[in-house]
Design a protein around this ligand. Sequence first.
Ligand SMILES: Cc1cc2nc3c(=O)[nH]c(=O)nc-3n(C[C@H](O)[C@H](O)[C@H](O)COP(=O)(O)OP(=O)(O)OC[C@H]3O[C@@H](n4cnc5c(N)ncnc54)[C@H](O)[C@@H]3O)c2cc1C
Length: 387
Amino acid sequence: MKSIEQDNYQDIRDAVRALCSEFPDEYHRKIDEEKAYPEAFVDALTAAGWLAALIPEAYGGSGLGLTEASIIMEEINRSGGNSGACHGQMYNMNTLLRHGSEKQKAFWLPRIASGEWRLQSMGVTEPTTGTDTTKIKTTAVKKEGRYVINGQKVWISRVQHSDWMILLARTTPLAEVRRKSEGMSIFMVDIKEAMKSGMTVRPIANMVNHETNELFFENLEIPEENLIGEEGMGFRYILDGLNAERTLIAAECIGDGYWFLDRVTRYVSEREVFGRPIGQNQGVQFPIAEAFIEVEAASLMRFKACELFDKHLNCGAQANMAKYLAAKASWEAANACLQFHGGYGFATEYDVERKFRETRLYQVAPISTNLILSYIAEHVLELPRSF
Ligand SMILES: Cc1cc2nc3c(=O)[nH]c(=O)nc-3n(C[C@H](O)[C@H](O)[C@H](O)COP(=O)(O)OP(=O)(O)OC[C@H]3O[C@@H](n4cnc5c(N)ncnc54)[C@H](O)[C@@H]3O)c2cc1C
């Protein structure tokens, strides 16, 4: 497939592509079949410093912007890999970086940058409240220099491959706050310590090879110095971090989109039926061309969101729109790719069915398409609140 990329990040693209080329299709296929964790791949990305892209140089990272970070995620997915195994390491620390104290940053960031510690997990979603985050029921009660955590979380990813987790819990009951977004706080949780003293982890078998879990908290005590920023402000801090997450996930979808387009254009040019390549039929060409246009458009919105985030400007609308457009584009590309591979699209050895499953997730997580539409309707178009 001819590339029409015209950005200034070719050096990053080339370097990430070179590393990813050491992990070919067979590697990712085997990991998927065995439902294993791509340890060697994540270690290689960590050792090369790619996952510390957003950590400032003063803390041992490379101090790059969200734009460069998004190129890294895009290239991982474009190579056939799945950033879902490691994207948390790149963006979860943003909350700490933007809202943590100097002491907290000096304690955690250098070890996260070096890869000694993984901060891959973020515990927000709960079984009974779902997307309605302000209704979370997990509580953190202050008691003699500690916070005592009780409650439950669901779909919390990479807990088994993380040393630390960012946890959102209610510190003031909903009934006692002026606005429902107030009264929640975020904490750094030492996962291994927590598993010994009040946190139970139960893995959830699922459609993709995405390690994710139910968590149960029963009087888990965490030191008060693990509170990030001000008590009660956690929801605002999390939202800020989520804009980075949404934009980077948009980049992953863009990478997936290009992967599908690469594979399908190659396949339809070679596969001959009725005495000619199937790609000669406009019925085959048009859905592929349409998906390409959509991936390119999503990529532009991704760059817009990155630019605003890097300037510390409000990028909520752009981050959400980038995620929406990119998830839709990668899903269109996935459908075209599977369809035009015919029966072979279902064969594991072509990798299309694996990437198809992986990219489908982005219609639902980390935020569903409906909730993005609702955000745009309410916050950009100023339509009446629906909830
Ligand atoms: C593999 C995987 C990994 C995940 N990892 C994490 C993680 O690491 N940390 C974490 O905190 N969470 C994680 N999640 C949770 C994820 O963010 C949620 O699943 C997602 O936000 C949707 O929440 P829910 O599942 O509770 O769906 P619900 O809130 O129950 O919604 C179900 C569907 O209903 C629709 N819907 C709901 N409300 C409305 C509305 N008001 N208007 C219109 N439509 C609506 C949407 O289409 C939505 O998809 C993960 C999920 C998955 C599947």
